[in-house]
Design a protein around this ligand. Structure first.
Ligand SMILES: [Zn+2]
Ligand SMILES: [Zn+2]
Length: 343
């Protein structure tokens, strides 16, 4: 089968290769992949800025149909439409696993970085990671479940966003846009989203149709002034940092109210970045740094897809797997919101 493989450590070293179809073992299923979304972390893996163990098939945001089941698989059958969490090899025995936090189990070997992933015709995964795709959701569209689960875990489960909160979202990438839609769904009071010139053509344009309180290009407008005007100088209740940009992160404390929250989703490209430490202490800022997704966040993500809170067709474009290079480049340069590679 064809698969997109990171074959060596370092910047680059990714290509389509012909590899054997995996054989599902005890407790595993083989999934025929329909589509797999390109994540920010895939771009980090391409540049070797995110942990990865080559040679490995990349991709973890997949949806597909079960083609075969291994021995002792009782709950799933060929033909079932599924999406899969990526927490392969979580031990099930450590304190984290026993308290529902297998997504940060030290033994975990995530799909697409340390275990073969979904940019391929087939993938095998343990059945315990599967979720059923609702009948009214198209299989290709379901590839957006994972980033939706990330946002749900980050802003609702971990960051405790509440109805009525005034929210500022930094970064109008897929995580920022999905976060805006979720915040709206749970009744956030006001939502402001910010991006840069690079985001203007596609991402800011898309988000202007969401009906938010303000869409700010920080290279043309002063975000702090916009927020001071909207909040009478008090600042927002919650900043959702979804840009990874050191400048944006540095501003997060400034635009947050006293006892407000900063929820940081995702990585930056640098090991260390400046942060307004003293200002954050004086304001008693709550800082949340969630990672990955939980079983519960996947279930709610699928409900939001089924309810059309999240509509994949409005957030994604599609390329065949063979065009991965162009698709990665478009995403890295803000020429698309989110791209699904179809197989
Ligand atoms: Zn992802
Ligand atoms: Zn564990």
């Amino acid at each position: 089968m064809k698969a997109l493989v990171k074959y060596r450590k370092g910047n680059g070293f990714v290509e389509i290769r012909e590899v054997p179809v995996p054989i599902p073992e005890e407790g595993e299923v083989l999934i025929k992949v329909s589509a797999c979304g390109i994540c920010g972390s895939d771009i980090h893996i391409l540049h070797d800025e995110f942990p990865n163990d080559p040679p490995v098939i990349m991709g973890h945001e997949l949806a597909g149909t079960i083609a075969k089941v291994g021995s002792r698989v009782s709950d799933w059958s060929p033909g079932d439409r599924v999406v899969t969490e990526l927490h392969t090899a979580a031990c099930g025995e450590c304190k984290l696993c026993r308290t529902g936090n297998q997504h940060i189990c030290p033994a975990k070997r995530p799909l697409g970085s340390k275990t073969d992933g979904g940019f391929a015709e087939y993938i095998k995964v343990p059945e315990r990671l599967l979720h059923k795709v609702p009948d009214n959701v198209e299989l290709i569209d379901a590839a957006i479940t994972e980033p939706t689960a990330i946002c749900i875990h980050s802003i609702l489960e971990f960051g405790k966003l509440k109805p009525g909160d005034f929210v500022a979202i930094l970064g109008p990438g897929p995580i920022g846009l999905i976060s805006a839609l979720i915040a709206k769904r749970i009744g956030a009071g006001h939502i402001v989203i910010a991006g840069t010139n690079k985001d203007e053509a596609v991402r800011l344009r898309a988000v202007r149709k969401f009906g938010l309180d303000a869409v700010v290009n920080v290279e043309k407008e002063n975000l702090r002034k916009v927020i001071d005007n909207l909040t009478a100088g008090i600042g927002v209740d919650v900043v959702i940092e979804a840009s990874g940009s050191p400048a944006a992160i540095n501003q997060a404390v400034q635009i947050c109210c006293r006892q407000g929250s900063i929820i940081a989703i995702g990585l930056t490209q640098r090991e260390q970045i400046p942060f307004r430490w003293n200002e954050a202490v004086i304001k008693e800022t709550k800082i949340f740094m969630p990672f990955s997704s939980t079983w519960t966040s996947w279930e709610l993500a699928l409900q939001f897809l089924s309810e059309r809170v999240i509509e994949a067709k409005k957030l994604t474009n599609r390329h065949p797997l063979e065009e991965w290079e162009e698709a990665f480049d478009d995403l890295e340069n803000g020429r698309a919101i989110k791209t699904l590679l179809t197989v």
